[in-house]
Ligand binder design. Structure first.
Ligand code: UTP
Ligand code: MN
Length: 506
């Protein structure tokens, strides 16, 4: 995941914790396996013993953890038995509690992963067909299958099997956000996040039995969608003038719900209304937001994110040989598109991270790449912590940028630029620069998703009496700060199973 300044390549990567791999060709020891977050179990039925043993060795030689026995540790069950019903009967015969969070996969996921040399994201085509009995029967008394109410205890890939429901829930959440009814907004966000984690589509309300986070209102909306293919409440919101206007205004960089509401109350309904209104003062961020609206409201592709990574890598390397650059945000979670690109830039030299951001900005300015920059100097003072305002901005040095990206630097060209012969686009980029001893906290906090972060913090507070934010983890019982050099350390302090970045799309 990490893109680093070239000269620093020989040093251990923070995320590796200096553990090292298996080295030259042999099968790495289990604790040295590269993909610790993925625990594969190969089902012997239909596969046969010798093929299973061959595939096990193959996967282990590529750095995968392959479990010999089916246990709660397992995250990916791979089977050549395509008959879901018999497979489920077999799986239920084992005393595992977290079946609902395991991926039940056909051999295609395994072969794809072997080819790629890493665990590939689970896609619908990998799933064993018709896993319906899994949820429908989860209410039956025999095995109690539980899905956690906390997003940080679930594995959520970018494959959303319940988009028809989650799209509706997002609209409802947003309406409540605009109306400042925060409890209901959060309830729909949680429900949406829960559905995203499910390994298959909900096909009837009975499928939701035993699932947390789904209140009466949520279920009523789902029932309507199941029966009519749409929700009338959602349709009403979507055609509501106030909702449409607030949605339009908040799509501008620098315009939040408060400003949007103010403009709406002032009778403004369109961008031209705003730009023509006499009493409106746009701040610098909003001016840039309007100026580059066409570009920055267009999704950023993975290839564009990679190109920006190269440009920033070059800058960091030119400034300091000790520099470190890591991709965070949605792209680190494996998303194909994003609204911006988020990076952590820092250096191993304590205290140097402050000037790194200003040097990068200066360089971009000279190169003519800087279309907009808001730089926030660090307000990081250790004594202020732990913060109780978890949703507040963190205190690291950071900058919110709009950069000029040349199409020639993007593999396959700019995204969605057909018929546009300008040859470049504007892109939103965020850089954050934590001191090295806070690197893991910053990486965890900026990788998201927002819902995953919220639940990590909620879990820490409610279940562990700990306070977590982008800078630190504090144990209220022991009255001490818990240090961490990798994300794994933080999950371990919290007593949570490690969740890979690509499983944090809650
Ligand atoms: P983003 O808003 O960039 O979301 O914040 P994203 O998940 O990358 O999705 P898109 O594709 O860009 O829309 C990324 C993470 O950074 C954290 C947020 O909480 C989120 O989890 N973040 C962002 C902060 O912690 N502080 C900030 O000031 C901004
Ligand atoms: Mn982002």
């Amino acid at each position: 995941m990490m893109i680093r300044a070239r000269a620093a390549r020989k040093k251990p990567r923070p995320e590796d914790g200096g553990g090292g791999g298996g080295g030259g060709g042999g099968v790495p020891r289990r604790e040295d396996a590269r993909f610790q977050g993925v625990r594969v179990y190969l089902v012997e039925r239909k596969m046969g013993r010798s093929r299973r043993s061959f595939l096990t060795q193959l996967a282990r030689s590529k750095g995968f953890v392959v479990e010999d026995v089916l246990s709660d540790e397992v995250t990916h069950v791979v089977s050549e038995d395509c008959q879901a019903s018999s497979l489920w009967t077999w799986l239920r015969g084992h005393d595992v509690k977290n079946l609902p969070t395991m991926h039940l996969l056909g051999i295609s996921w395994f072969t794809d992963s072997m080819r790629e040399g890493k665990p590939v994201a689970v896609e619908t085509r990998h799933l064993i067909e018709d896993t319906l009995p899994k949820l429908a029967e989860s209410t039956s008394p025999a095995p109690v299958l539980t899905v956690s109410q906390y997003a940080c205890k679930r594995r959520t890939t970018t494959t959303n099997n319940n988009k028809i429901f989650t799209d509706a829930f997002e609209v409802l959440a947003e309406r409540y956000e605009f109306n400042e009814i925060h409890g209901r907004c959060l309830a729909f966000r949680r429900a949406s996040s829960l559905l995203k984690s499910l390994p298959r589509a909900v096909r009837c309300l009975g499928d939701t039995g035993g699932l947390p986070c789904l209140g009466e209102h949520c279920k009523a909306v789902m029932e309507e969608i199941l029966q009519c293919g749409r929700s009338f409440e959602v349709e009403k919101i979507l055609s509501d003038e106030r909702y449409q206007t607030l949605k339009l205004f908040t799509s501008v960089f620098g315009v939040g719900p408060k400003t949007a509401e103010k403009w709406y109350r002032g009778g403004l309904r369109s961008f031209s209304d705003v730009l023509a209104a006499p009493g409106i003062h746009l701040n610098r961020m909003q001016q840039s937001g309007f100026l580059h609206y066409g570009d920055i409201s267009r999704a950023v592709s993975k290839a564009e994110a990679r190109a920006l990574g190269n440009i920033i890598d070059e800058a960091v390397h030119a400034i300091t040989p000790d520099g470190i650059l890591a991709l965070t945000g949605g792209f680190r979670r494996g998303k194909e598109f994003g609204h911006d690109v988020d990076f952590i830039v820092t250096t191993r030299e304590p205290g140097k991270e402050e000037s790194l951001i200003t040097n990068i900005i200066e360089r971009f300015k000279q190169q003519g790449l800087l279309l907009y920059c808001e730089h926030n100097a660090s307000t990081f003072h250790k004594l202020e912590f732990p913060s109780h305002q978890f949703e507040a901005m963190d205190h690291f040095a950071k900058c919110f940028l709009i950069l000029r990206l040349e199409g020639s630097q993007v593999e396959g060209g700019l995204h969605g630029a057909e018929g546009d012969d300008r040859g470049w686009r504007a892109v939103r980029v965020d850089l954050v620069s934590p001191p090295m001893d806070r690197y893991a906290f910053a990486l965890l906090g900026w990788t998201g998703s927002r819902q995953f972060e919220r639940d990590l913090r909620r879990f820490a507070r409610a279940e562990r009496r700990m306070l977590l934010d982008n800078h630190t983890l504090y144990d209220k019982t022991k009255k001490e700060f818990l240090a961490a050099t990798t994300e794994r350390d933080i999950f371990a302090h919290l007593g949570l199973e490690y969740i890979e970045p690509w499983q944090r799309n809650a």
